[in-house]
Design a protein around this ligand. Structure first.
Ligand SMILES: [Zn+2]
Length: 458
């Protein structure tokens, strides 16, 4: 009997991995890393319930690490098949997978140096060579072009409007059944990306639930962002925006530019302190035909996103100088949940002073420093030290790349007939339960919260 096994993002928001078993052929849809809480991260070290070498193909919905970051580990374990994804996802994977490998290697080196490991020696989950081997397996396929991925299994990517290259994977089986793997669902009426494509039918549906119990604050044409920038500028402070290197920076820049052009904020220096974010912007600019955003007259390449005084910080020394500078400025740096990356140095410098502001623009998972800060922590641990939080902490969900509950239901209402079952994945408990209840009561569809390692028939 064909089946689906939820190997990640079941009851949690990271580690997306869904194993399809059809007629003895195995295909893995998404291959994400577990992130956040330690007990989740430890799952990255557990072997999969089936040998990696028995998986014939992988399908990636998009290039966020919680959907693709386990791929090099799968290769370490013997996976040799092809990895289907859109060209945009391939571009962004070429940035995030090597970066993730570097981070793994760095953490292992630090653990060995400072001896804070019970494993001797501590090893990286995967290395840069593993990431390179994984990238070599990527097989780009454009949107709306069904391709065979394994005997009896065909896949097609539909634009999900969540990130450059993001997609849902519509998988058709030779048995006639269709399973729609929703990946992460984007939003409606956003400036840079298209709306999520409508889907009319599927036998089974997997839908993300990240914001299943929330409604994003309605778009206010940049009003709150303008207030945050102006307040911080009046206090003579710095505005630090932790951001995923891929997928948020371009929207933050879009709004800053709009506010600047409308003279609603002063023209402050804006620093992109992330070489990876700079390269990701280049990929966005290269694929402008996949974006909603029009190129402003006279702008070329990355210039389409540039504010009046924008600088991409490349070298470590430049970044250090920026951290040490007390000049008012807007700094966009990764990582988005303040779990690592250059943003940590900025936070260490700005958090104690009430002159400064830290603005979160994306989802903050349980167990991350970003979550502690938005939850109002007065002290956070950074690089082994307790840092007091005097700076203003703000968050702007309106810039989220994930659909809220209303947008998820709006997308579901595009189905002409309900799927036989809708599986809720990629959410924390409260969000999953609220969304399941709303789907049952408002849509009258059967809905089920996927359990970790639960196997269901197709
Ligand atoms: Zn995502």
């Amino acid at each position: 009997m064909p089946s689906l096994t939820f190997l990640g993002a079941a009851g949690t928001v990271t580690g997306s991995k869904h194993l399809l078993d059809f007629d003895g052929h195995r295909v893995l849809i998404d291959c994400g890393l577990f992130q956040g809480l330690k007990e989740l991260r430890e799952r990255n070290w557990h072997p999969l319930p089936v040998p990696a070498s028995s998986i014939e193909a992988v399908i990636l919905t998009h290039a966020h690490l919680d959907h693709c970051g386990y791929l090099p580990r799968l290769v370490v374990q013997g996976f040799r098949g092809r990895v289907f994804c859109t060209p945009g996802t391939r571009d962004l994977c070429s940035l995030v997978l090597p970066d993730s490998a570097n981070l793994q290697e760095e953490q292992a080196r630090d653990a060995n140096k400072h001896q804070y490991t019970k494993h001797k020696p501590a090893l990286p989950l995967y290395t840069s060579e593993d990431a390179a081997r994984a990238l070599a397996l990527l097989q780009p396929v454009g949107y709306n072009r069904p391709v065979p991925v394994a005997p009896g299994v065909e896949a097609e990517f539909l634009d999900a409007g969540h990130l450059l290259g993001s997609a849902y994977a519509r998988v058709k089986l030779a048995s006639g059944k269709t399973v729609l793997f929703g990946g992460d669902l984007g939003r409606y009426n956003r400036p840079v990306l298209h709306d999520p494509s409508p889907v009319e039918a599927a036998d089974l549906l997997l839908v993300e639930s990240t914001y299943g119990n929330r409604t994003h604050i309605a778009d206010d044409n940049g009003q709150r962002l303008a207030a945050i920038v102006n307040d911080t500028a009046q206090r003579g402070g710095k505005l630090i925006i932790p951001s995923f290197a891929i997928g948020r920076v371009e929207e933050v820049l879009f709004w800053l530019k709009l506010l600047e052009d409308g003279k609603r904020i002063p023209m402050l220096p804006v620093y992109i302190d992330s070489p990876m974010a700079g390269r990701a912007l280049q990929f966005y600019a290269n694929r402008v035909n996949e974006l909603e955003m029009a190129v402003p007259p006279g702008a070329r390449g990355v210039g389409m996103f540039a504010t009046g005084r924008m600088t991409t910080v490349a070298s470590v020394q430049q970044s250090k100088d920026l951290v040490a500078s007390r000049q008012p400025a807007i700094v966009i740096a990764s990582s988005g949940m303040a779990t690592g990356g250059r943003v940590l140095h900025h936070l260490e410098a700005v958090l104690p002073s009430p002159k400064n502001t830290v603005l979160f623009v994306g989802y903050q998972s349980e167990g991350t420093r970003g979550r502690q800060l938005v939850d109002g922590a007065s002290l956070v641990r950074l690089k082994g030290r307790e840092i007091s939080v005097g700076a203003r902490i703000e968050k702007l969900d309106s810039m989220s790349a994930h659909a809220d509950a209303g947008e998820i239901l709006r997308w579901l209402s595009g189905f002409k007939q309900p799927p036989a079952m809708t599986y809720l994945v990629h959410g924390e408990k409260a969000a999953l339960e609220t969304l399941r209840d709303r789907i049952s009561t408002e849509m009258h569809w059967p809905a089920h919260i996927a359990g970790h390692e639960e196997r269901v028939e197709i």
